[in-house]
Design a protein around this ligand. Structure first.
Ligand code: HEM
Length: 151
């Protein structure tokens, strides 16, 4: 079977992709509430992050969910998704986001999914989301690092 090299490296299986897409579809109807829950939790874990968000939080919630929607859909087309996520990563470096922040955001994201999905957030679904978030975070961090080296 021919697989994308990034998928191979991160061991994102077809089942994991499906689990992420299906569970995200369940969250979609409550997207704004989920995003609000996410930011509340994020700022609880690390209150110092709050001052990095300078824009309107209603807009930010929308942008986050739109990007996650595109990313989850994009798991079927990693060749198209990766450049978008790389550009997102480079923008994040300009917001002052560092590598450690990605762990905090990952923790807040998994917590939010647990809250939103309850028992539907099975250990397998959690593992799948952790893998997909890892894929996004690694791609963003690497692009940010390359941009810094090139500058
Ligand atoms: C998979 C991970 C992430 C996704 C999908 C994501 C998504 C987004 C999106 C779509 C925006 C809107 C602006 C833009 O497109 O550049 C944004 C802005 C921002 N994100 Fe993220 N983000 C992620 C990780 C992080 C992390 C780890 C931090 C660290 C705290 C962070 C902090 C911010 C900040 C400070 C802004 C700018 C807010 C403002 O201008 O007020 N993000 N993010």
């Amino acid at each position: 079977m021919i697989r994308h090299s990034i998928e191979d490296a991160l061991m994102l299986t077809l089942t994991q992709k499906t689990l992420v897409q299906e569970t995200f579809a369940m969250i979609a109807p409550i997207a704004d509430d989920a995003a609000a829950l996410f930011y509340r939790r994020l700022f609880e874990i690390d209150p110092s992050l709050r001052q990095m968000f300078r824009g309107d939080m209603a807009e930010q919630r929308k942008k986050l969910m739109q990007m996650l929607t595109a990313a989850v859909k994009g798991l079927d087309r990693l060749d198209q998704l990766v450049p978008v996520v790389q550009t997102l990563g480079r923008r994040h470096a300009t917001y002052g986001v560092n590598d450690a922040h990605y762990d905090t955001v990952g923790t807040a994201l998994l917590w939010t999914l647990q809250k939103g999905l309850g028992p539907l957030f099975t250990p397998e679904a959690r593992e799948a989301w952790a893998t997909v978030y890892g894929l996004l975070a690694t791609t963003m961090k690497e692009a940010a690092r390359e941009a810094t080296v090139a500058a």
